[in-house]
Design a protein around this ligand. Structure first.
Ligand code: EZ4
Ligand code: CO
Length: 401
């Protein structure tokens, strides 16, 4: 199982993806997702220039040792670029191990802890009416959990509103600057959830993403205002760097909290977990060091009564979604998986074994991760630079997007 080659494939079937393909002397190859939205080529270079040369000749079966080698051996630890690159290698090695042993990755992790993985959909609309209608439509497709975002009076292009049939924040062409205003946001969100509960009833799980835009006391206020509507979670209320502010938020509200999509390692999660300051930790396989490292985060979360809630936006490729589903099906303290269906072009470039049916997903039983990359087709979708938007306040001050 000697690693003989590693190639980085950058393609853009509707949006940009960076994929690592590792090959072995036995002819078994594995795929890993290395996509870091808006900063894609940094990870491609990190892999091509600094990681792949170090992997040639190593034993692909030694997943743990290769993980430690890439993490400790870089000296410059953690950070999104490094940890996404390590994650891609880790996913590819689990894929290879599964294919070599003829088993889906979830079986290698210890088998299924549940029959299927509950996922939540994205619903949104410019107005409360449209957002409620979108949530109703998703409930009609079988989803039992829906994240809902709506437009904000006076705020152009707020976070999370789909244009067409999906929400895709990265934009090709020039970087776009949006203007943010917190007060009308804090006023409209409780009205949205009041309408949702009245129209959709108490059964459906409702989620909302504040996308790191609030101060601690604003987050506390929003959490409290949303309590009558029993949210499944309020996501990313404040910027991610200061875990201690969750103490203040917690003192004011019983709305469950979920954090972690921009975290890279267990060290970002530790205080939140040890003090039980959140209810769900939403790290992703691609950005938090792969399956190997996600298992450690989940183990610490479990002893503190916190569940996993994998990030699953469309900027995580089908390879990452598959890895997340294997992990979710196995990990005991699973909470919920975010699911935004990829575009038809993306699905054609990455044929996969995972399936969605009536609000749940299953990774399938193909050996490894169960995802392939059609490289000939991928080559017809060349990389196109795209940027995540930025946000400023009305007076021009930069704000968290
Ligand atoms: O903005 O994945 O919960 N989902 C999110 C996403 C993120 C994107 C950033 O690349 O917050 O929409
Ligand atoms: Co989010």
């Amino acid at each position: 199982m000697t690693i003989t080659a590693g190639r980085v494939i950058v393609c853009s079937p509707g949006r940009n993806f960076v994929t690592l393909r590792l090959e072995t002397a036995d002819g078994v190859a594995g795929l890993g997702d290395a996509t870091l939205n808006g900063r894609e080529l940094a990870v491609a270079s990190y892999l091509n220039d600094h990681v792949v040369p170090l992997l040639i000749g190593r034993d692909a079966r030694r997943i743990e040792d290769i993980w430690q080698f890439l993490y400790k051996g870089a000296y410059w630890r953690r950070g999104p670029v490094t940890m996404t690159a390590i994650a891609a290698v880790d996913m590819a090695l689990w894929d290879i191990k599964g294919k070599a042993l003829g088993a889906p990755v979830y079986q290698l992790l210890g088998g299924a802890s549940r029959d299927a993985v509950t996922v939540y959909a994205h619903a949104s609309g410019e107005t409360i009416e449209d957002a409620v209608e979108s949530a109703r439509r998703h409930a009609g497709m079988g989803y039992t959990a829906v994240r809902v975002q709506c437009g904000i009076p006076g705020v152009e292009r707020p976070y999370g509103i789909a244009r067409g049939d999906r929400y895709e924040p990265a934009e090709r062409g020039p970087l776009s600057e949006t203007v943010w205003n917190t007060e009308p946001y804090l006023a409209i969100v409780p009205r949205l959830f009041d309408r949702l509960r009245r129209e959709l009833g108490s059964e459906i799980a409702l989620l909302h993403d504040a996308h790191h835009r609030l101060t601690p006391i604003e987050a506390a206020r929003l959490g409290r205002a949303l309590e009558p509507y029993s949210l499944f979670w309020l996501e990313d209320p404040t910027p991610a760097e200061n875990p201690e502010v969750f103490r203040l938020i917690r003192q004011h509200t019983t709305t469950p909290l979920a954090v972690g999509e921009v975290f890279n390692s267990i060290h970002d999660c530790r205080q939140l977990l040890e003090e039980q300051l959140v209810d769900y930790i939403r790290t992703s396989v691609a950005h938090a060091g792969g399956i190997t490292h996600m298992r450690r985060i989940a183990a610490v979360a479990e002893i503190h009564g916190v569940r996993m809630g994998s990030h699953g936006a469309t900027d995580l490729s089908p390879v990452c979604l598959a890895a997340a589903l294997h992990f979710d099906l196995h990990v005991h303290n699973f909470g919920i998986q975010e699911y935004m269906p990829h575009s038809a072009e993306t699905d054609r470039v990455f044929p996969h074994a995972y399936r969605f049916h009536a609000g749940v997903m299953h990774p399938g039983d193909a050996p490894g991760l169960g995802v392939e990359l059609d490289e000939a087709l991928a080559a017809t979708f060349p990389y196109e630079p795209a940027w995540l938007p930025v946000a400023r306040r009305a007076d021009g001050t930069m704000h968290d997007w």
